[in-house]
Design a protein around this ligand. Structure first.
Ligand SMILES: *Cc1c(COP(=O)(O)O)cnc(C)c1O
Length: 461
């Protein structure tokens, strides 16, 4: 069995963690002073830490545990597959049953002519695949100059060099030599932060038209694709005004620019349909998938590719792949996860029951003195914290100071809610019940109240 047990005292686990474990997206020296929270078990929507706290996970891990924690079916499938065929590759003209069955199932679920799946181990890897695939597509069509991919500032598409370049996170670009060449960023459709005096409708159109302007400035013969999340997730659950996506679609159609929908968060029920593209009326040529594909029980991602793009790529050898492309254990787990989503009507539960229930309570948070706007699509929501709702002003303190205080209060109140700058965000497991939503909202309100008191004490408001 494993060498280190859950039952060591928390302080010992924290000391070992601090000594040897480098955490992602973390200042490790600061964390080692404080000690990481040790999560030991989970069931449904609830995490248990090493001190026995029961925490409502309103982030579904990292937006991924769509069917909730503690699903024996998924553990059983993984064990069975490991015994039968733990690993084989899909290079060199071989295949195996889990990859075949999963690709078929994904093709069945995906809209339109998105019938072809290229597997990866994560969302980052899948977006790296997409960079190479769209450039290679145009090269195969004798237009090799079409290599620029347009993305958006504050987008999140992963953390590898390629996918991190596609993303628009300035903090990431500042480290390690990103972005790679031929990635261009336009502004995000964040009306709260950037809309000024414009109505949301005018602003949405204006931000979409930045895509057209970029295509014209760069030259149509240079642009391969546009990539975007249907709803920006890690950027702060930014929901574009209604006018945005139809205009983006019009522009992609007009200039024959491939549209890549990064569905890593929005896919597999998060927005109340199988894919965010369906909820927002987008017709992508490629979708990036990961996270909810396996509900996080096994690492797997991929690209769902249209018949047109796949037919061109398939004419020759695509010199690309990962050791774990279509990993049999991960594929078997993902397939079982899709079966659960389907058989238990979980997406209908989101659309008809919990999304409307949560939306009402979430939007009522704008009654709180700190909350400016509340946005929500399906089961992904955000609130903007502000000292002045009328002017939509930011706080005087550095961006993220107030959000961090609020997040710490949430943690103290046994609620995982994340902050992105001074927006608070949620994306709970899709199996959350209305009672659990009541608990989520009650803890969020308590945390907001406590945060408000702290801001007054510290003179931050
Ligand atoms: C998380 C995420 C990714 C990256 O996925 P990883 O599995 O962490 O590599 C890509 N795109 C979006 C929209 C994401 O939220």
């Amino acid at each position: 069995m494993s060498m280190i047990s859950n039952h060591l005292p928390t302080a010992e686990l924290q000391a070992l963690d601090a000594a040897h474990h480098m955490h992602p997206f973390t200042c490790n020296s600061e964390l080692s002073q404080k000690g990481a929270r040790v999560i030991t078990r989970a069931k449904g929507v609830t995490l248990t830490d090493s001190d026995g706290h029961e925490i409502l996970d309103a982030m579904a891990g990292l937006w991924c545990v769509n069917v909730g924690y503690g699903r024996d079916e998924l553990a059983d499938v993984a064990a069975r597959q490991m015994r039968e065929l733990p690993y084989y590759n899909t290079f060199f003209q071989t295949t195996h049953v889990p990859a075949i069955a999963l690709a078929q199932k994904i093709a069945e679920l995906a809209p339109g002519d998105l019938n072809n799946v290229f597997f990866a181990g994560s969302g980052s890897e899948a977006n790296d695949t997409n960079i190479r695939m769209v450039r290679h597509y145009w090269a195969m069509k004798n237009k090799p100059s079409k290599s620029i991919i347009i993305s958006r500032h504050n987008a999140y598409h992963g953390s590898s060099v390629g996918s991190g370049s596609l993303g628009g996170m300035s903090g990431m670009h500042a480290q390690g030599g990103m972005p790679i060449p031929d990635i261009h960023h336009i502004n995000q459709p964040d009306w709260w932060a950037d809309g000024g005096e414009l109505s949301p409708k005018e602003f949405g159109l204006q931000r979409a038209q930045e895509l057209e302007k970029a295509i014209l400035d760069l030259g149509e013969d240079r642009v391969a694709a546009f990539i975007a999340e249907p709803v920006q997730g890690a950027g702060g659950v930014i929901v574009a005004p209604d006018s945005y996506w139809p205009e983006i679609q019009r522009i992609c159609d007009k200039y024959e620019i491939l549209l890549i929908a990064d569905e890593v968060i929005c896919g597999f029920g998060r927005t109340g349909q199988w894919f965010g593209s369906e909820t927002l009326g987008i017709r992508p040529d490629i979708m990036t998938i990961a996270k909810g594909l396996s509900s996080g029980y096994a690492p797997i991602g991929g690209s769902i590719v249209s018949d047109e793009v796949a037919s061109i790529i398939s004419k020759g050898e695509f010199n690309h792949g990962y050791t774990y492309s279509g990993h049999p254990v991960a594929a078997a787990v993902a397939l079982e996860n899709l079966r659960i989503l389907e058989d238990e009507n979980i997406i209908t539960h989101v659309k008809d029951v919990v999304a409307p229930y949560l939306a009402e309570k979430w939007q009522a948070l704008v009654g709180h003195p700190l909350v400016g706007e509340a946005k929500i699509v399906g089961l992904m929501g955000s609130i903007a914290l502000t000292p002045n709702k009328e002017t939509r002003a930011p706080f005087e303190a550095e961006v993220g100071t107030v959000g961090y205080i609020c997040r710490e209060r949430c943690f103290a109140n046994n609620l995982v809610m994340r902050h992105v700058g001074d927006r608070m965000i949620i994306a709970p497991p899709l199996v959350i019940s209305t009672d659990e939503i009541d608990t989520l909202i009650a803890r969020a309100r308590t945390s907001l109240d406590e945060c408000h008191e702290i801001l007054k004490e510290k003179g931050l408001i």
